[in-house]
Design a binder for this molecule. Sequence first.
Ligand SMILES: [Zn+2]
Length: 445
Amino acid sequence: MSTTRILVLSASQILPVIPRDTVLVDHALVIRDGIIQTLLPREEALAQYPDAEHLHREGHALIPGLVNVHTHSGMSLLRGLGSDRPLMDWLKRYIWPAEGRLLSPEFVRAGTRLSVAEMLRGGTTCFSDMYLFVDDAARVVDETGIRAALGLTVFDFPTPWAQTADEYFQRGAEVVENWQHHDRIHYTVAPHAPYTVGDESLQRVAERARELAVPIHMHVHETAGEIADAERDHGERPLARLARLGLLDQPFIAVHMTQVSAQDRDLLQGRPVSVAHCPESNLKLASGFCPVAELLDAGVTVGLGTDGTASNNDLDMIGEMRTAALLAKGISGNASALPATAALEMATLGSARALGLADRIGSLEPGKQADVVSIDLRAIELQPMHEPAAQIVYAATREAVTDVHVAGRPLLRDRELLTLDLDELQAEAREWGARVLEIQRELAA
Ligand SMILES: [Zn+2]
């Protein structure tokens, strides 16, 4: 018989996200077998659970683990490659050729490990992935203790992972089979983009996502060029095509959405469609601006993502919250657009909702998984502390993250990774980095 493990995790402040705009002072989370049982004033928690393990963080804030709603974790060995070029030029001249030469299970495992280390050190406890060799990414998720929604990727063209649409679906089915009932591995079905997946495969995607009861996860309306090409070739906007094919009648995560017409807004409203906002990738690739404040006002669920490190160049969700909050004000001309607490909610519960995981993660509420991040707010740069959410979003950096728990298990303690070896990661990154450079030189020659 296994014994019950109770952890009392306390800090000077807790920002549970739900109830909204709440700061609990000197409170504790009581965590039983990885699940939040209750939130109590610290003294009360200690009196009620005298035998529990107790971890207190003075001067820190506890927030729900950040949920990165869109990334390509296996790509991190290509971090920053071909920077400062527009999307299609960047993809065709740098990313796709390099991937064509390098993609392998080893490449994806090493890249995913590097990404997981970065994410944990920045307070991300769950990531929604879209890449290839998904089984290898699952292995890293299993080994490192992080949580993920792995995209079962579909393309209509060959990659080193699969040659045909049939094979992509087959590979995806194998992943689900291999990791059945894993409590930290979730899925999406992930057709890459409207311009890389045809109608027939998209209909199969919809069917597969319904069978698995998971969302579809797809790059949609990333650039104005994508829309212009689609209108020229198909006579309709990509979102309208997806609606016509029935994909928007079930949970669907539209990544980017920098181009939103009145017609698009009508298609989004009242449907189970969420938007994955990736502001830094959109800024870096000059893709456009997602009208986040407008979408939130229209009742659309919006989650926050970093996109991959090839186009960002980091997986820093605290930095991403700041960019999102500032950008929303800049493009709407309204200083009250996306306030700090809303940015925090977007990066936690918003992403969790998009992934269909809001019953488990995204806020510090009884019954949810104890995915918790501790942020040290004692630095002089953050004083005086009037509004912790605003300080976290506008002033803190990811280096302030000290502790990370996923399902109550510590994965980062005092900034030290407990399930990954930094020296090994450094050596691995150097080795792969040298190969990436060599290939870049060969491709340029
Ligand atoms: Zn992406």
